[in-house]
Design a protein around this ligand. Structure first.
Ligand code: ADP
Length: 500
């Protein structure tokens, strides 16, 4: 196993480049080794076969020149044609068993081609032997072949013919090839390391930017009391690869967090503002009473007190709604849906009818109030919490009645209609009214916290009702939508998952 020393910096880039370098180096080494061994084999085999051909030619020429009777050796072997056509760099020697040299092509009696007794012994048995050795300080390829003489049926080995070829050129070529391969390998390795460094640099750049963005947000978040600058985004790399997807996910998360933080800040600011208004009135009225209580007429005193009391009611309602919202928020965060949490089976049609009947009783006394009607009510069962459902319906009916209550010169009594049916495999609870309706540009905002349409300002309300309803519907695993035509009325649709 290849062991790479762990770099001191834990940089992913360094590790990737190192691993890549190791792989490229291993591939290159394998390539160099295979090429070298293949070329070396091919060159040596070439030389070996050249020497063999030369040895065969020489043996046949020697046999032609031998005498027909023992000792068979002529006074002088001329080997004319061999000497004439011999390939350059070929050395030939003919030695008999007495050690006498009959041919020595280099003409130097002091230098002899390398042999040894075991080898000669093998040649004596009639085999040809090819081997590599040193001659005159040079590497040579040698072939030793037996020289036979005598009658055809009983030829005996009378000597040995040695043919050698220098391997210097081949070795030089191989040396050159080795150097060339080594240098090329080094260049390729360095090139690929540089290339991989720049590629990993480009690939990992978004990761670096992500880390920097996260660090900058962490650095600007002072001791957990304030969330830092969430508006920074990581540059998206080209393409649609995994890193681009991670960058998209992070940027999306930052955008959502930014939106959530902004709406939270807005909520806190709105809540403080809404709480301050009744408090100011209460404070002012009480201060006025404290100072001038004895001097002012009893009727004025009573009105001032009454106003203060009304404001405490408004304040209580506001605080209750804020508390409800905070609880619902916590609920949504900690539990996916109430439906999964509390598996109470509820007969929704029964709950709706019961609540509408209760309201009917109260409304009958007030002539100015709209007519509350019950439309189609199908039997519907859902999982949930009865109290939550009653609150949702009550809030929607409260709004419908409030924004449909007779106002102005029109004498026509408004209508509020409640219906419940199964639609698209869901329960659909509808509260429609023939009230003032909601302007098209205001409709998308009505579920936002503290949002109140201008036309609603004159009526009582905090702007929290629908945001609480929408959270509670979410708790039940459902959703709420609204449709409206200004001047004609609105319809609120609560979609809830059916049990069956
Ligand atoms: P509010 O306490 O002001 O009623 P809500 O959150 O319940 O607050 O409603 C938000 C706004 O949506 C209201 O101020 C009003 O403009 C509008 N709205 C809600 N229900 C109706 C309705 N039935 N008809 C007309 N406008 C409505």
């Amino acid at each position: 196993m290849i062991h790479i020393p762990r770099p001191r910096t834990q940089s992913l880039r360094v590790r990737l480049v190192l691993w890549y370098g190791v792989l490229v180096a291993a591939a290159l080494a394998l390539f160099v080794l295979l090429t070298l061994s293949w070329v070396t084999d091919a060159l040596y085999q070439n030389t070996e076969s050249a020497v063999h051909t030369e040895a065969q030619a020489a043996v046949s020429e020697v046999s032609d020149e031998l005498l027909a009777v023992p000792p068979y050796w002529p006074d002088r072997l001329s080997l004319r044609s061999l000497n004439t056509y011999r390939a350059p760099g070929i050395e030939v020697e003919v030695i008999d068993w007495q050690g006498k040299t009959h041919v020595d092509s280099d003409g130097n009696p002091n230098t002899h081609l390398p042999t040894n007794p075991p080898l000669l012994q093998e040649v004596y048995t009639g085999h040809s032997v090819a081997y590599r050795d040193q001659f005159d300080g040079e590497p040579v390829q040698v072939e030793a072949t037996a020289i036979r003489a005598g009658p055809a049926a009983n030829k005996t080995v009378i000597g040995v013919l040695l043919v050698a070829k220098s391997l210097r050129e081949i070795n030089t070529t191989l040396e050159l090839l080795r150097t060339l391969l080594f240098l090329t390998g080094c260049a390729v390795l360095v090139g690929s390391l540089l290339g991989s460094w720049s590629i990993t640099d480009r690939l990992l750049q978004p990761l670096t930017e992500m880390a920097q963005t996260a660090q900058s947000i962490a650095a600007t978040t002072a001791r957990g009391t304030r969330i830092g600058n969430l508006s920074s985004r990581v540059r998206r790399p080209d393409g649609d690869d995994e890193i681009a997807k991670v960058v998209d996910a992070l940027n999306g998360m930052l955008a959502d967090l930014e939106k959530a933080t902004q709406s939270q800040r807005r909520f806190v600011a709105d809540a403080s503002h809404e709480l301050r208004a009744p408090l100011t009135t209460i404070q002012g009225n009480l201060a006025f009473l404290q100072r001038y209580g004895d001097e002012i007429p009893a009727a004025e005193r009573s009105t001032t007190l009454h106003d203060a009391y009304d404001e405490t009611l408004r304040l209580t309602r506001l605080v209750e709604e804020l508390l409800l919202l905070a609880r619902a928020d916590a609920h949504i965060d900690t539990q996916p849906t109430l439906r999964e949490h509390c598996q109470h089976l509820i007969e929704l049609d029964y709950v709706v009818l019961q609540l509408v009947r209760q309201l009917h009783g109260r409304l009958r006394c007030e002539a100015s109030m709209p007519k509350l009607e019950i439309g189609l009510i199908e039997p519907v069962r859902i999982y949930g919490d009865e109290e939550t459902i009653r609150r949702i319906l009550l809030a929607l009916l409260d709004n419908a009645l409030k924004y449909t209550a007779q106002s102005g010169p029109s004498t026509e009594q408004g209508r509020v209609l409640v219906s419940l049916e199964r639609r698209e495999k869901q329960a659909l609870l509808q509260v429609s009214d023939t009230g003032m309706g909601i302007a098209e540009d205001e409709l998308p905002h009505i579920f936002e916290r503290f949002y109140r349409a201008d036309r609603a300002r004159s009526r009582q309300g905090t702007g929290l009702g629908l945001s609480i309803v929408s959270l509670q519907v979410e708790q039940l695993g459902g959703r709420i939508t609204a449709e409206s035509t200004p001047g004609q009325g609105s319809t609120f649709n609560v979609w809830l998952p059916l049990v069956w």
